[in-house]
Design a protein around this ligand. Structure first.
Ligand code: C2E
Ligand code: CA
Ligand code: CA
Ligand code: CA
Length: 274
């Protein structure tokens, strides 16, 4: 009896130790990666659906880990959230964006969209970070904070959202229509922008039910005076369909793939002379 119980508890202890060691090493890898320039900020152009001009960019983080190669953000962002490392990553993205501001359009009609995980909101940390890193930059484009929600809903502090809006930051609800990013957000946080998830864009011309949902989300946003961005636009048909329904902004491989922030000025001047 006794040796078996002892064996079992030893085994349990070993499993717990393994799990902790693994978590520790992920946290270490991310922190180390930050200090040794393994992270790179990419950006993807936001296209004005009416004029075809570039109205701004969304900042997208990339991690090139020398041991594992390119690690996709869908993998490392959730890990960083669990390890409380999302704030340092967001600060890195803001700092990189600020250092590139001199080469970006400086008119207030140009938007820079920053992804902020909901877990970065609950201790108001994002407000301090913007205070220190973003607001001193001058001139600066219009900032949009894209709220990404991965876990449970009540994490987002609506007072923080309201405070951001009071200071002139626009707030977007990302991946609208999927997972936890739902209708209730429209009421609790009065967003300025809705981003329609790419699964809805992909449904255009292929999936009648999701395409109907897409139409309804667009008209709902229009009635509430919320600007609509459609992401994942890959074809001319999708772009035409969305434009016809009055979507304000288009984003996707059809217009441009994400590129290093440093490559954007050259892309922009080529796009403007088209
Ligand atoms: P997201 O915010 O919804 O970003 C859009 C994703 O769609 C990006 O993936 C982008 O590369 C991809 N995409 C753009 N156009 C197309 C298209 O036409 N077709 C398809 N199939 N995909 C397209 P990415 O860069 O891999 O990022 C994945 C997610 O990781 C993002 O989804 C966002 O939730 C998160 N993420 C990325 N960077 C950051 C960051 O700096 N902070 C935080 N908190 N999350 C980030
Ligand atoms: Ca986003
Ligand atoms: Ca999205
Ligand atoms: Ca997404």
């Amino acid at each position: 009896q006794l040796p078996l119980a002892l064996l079992l508890s030893l085994l349990m202890g070993y499993i717990v130790w393994l799990a902790t060691a693994n978590r520790m090493s992920i946290a270490w890898e991310i922190s180390y990666g930050l200090s040794s320039q393994e992270f790179i900020v990419y950006c993807q152009p936001l296209i004005n659906a009416q004029t075809g001009g570039c109205d701004g960019i969304e900042l997208l983080l990339r991690w090139h880990n020398p041991r594992q190669g390119w690690v996709p953000p869908d993998v490392f962002i959730p890990m960083a959230e669990r390890q409380n490392l999302i704030a340092p990553l967001t600060r890195f993205v803001i700092t990189e964006a600020v250092s590139h501001l001199p080469s970006l359009p400086d008119n207030p009609a140009f938007h820079i969209a920053l992804n902020v995980a909901a877990s970065h909101f609950h201790d108001r940390a994002i407000l301090d970070d913007l205070q220190h890193l973003w607001w001193p930059a001058n001139p600066r484009p219009q900032l949009i904070v894209e709220l990404t929600e991965r876990d449970a809903l009540p994490v987002v502090d609506q007072r923080v959202v309201a405070h951001l809006q009071k200071t002139g930051v626009k707030v977007a609800i990302d991946d609208f229509g999927t997972g936890h990013s739902s209708l209730s957000y429209l009421k609790t946080l009065s967003p300025d922008v809705l981003k329609i998830d790419k699964i809805f864009t992909a449904s255009i011309g292929t999936d009648a039910i999701n395409a109907t949902v897409t139409d309804m989300v667009i008209s709902l946003a229009q009635r509430l005076n919320i600007s609509v961005v459609a992401e994942g636009v890959e074809t001319a048909e999708q772009a035409a369909y969305l434009r016809e329904r009055g979507v304000d902004t288009l984003q996707g491989y059809y217009f441009a793939r994400p590129m290093p922030l440093a490559d954007f000025p050259a892309w922009l001047s080529a796009h403007q002379s088209d």
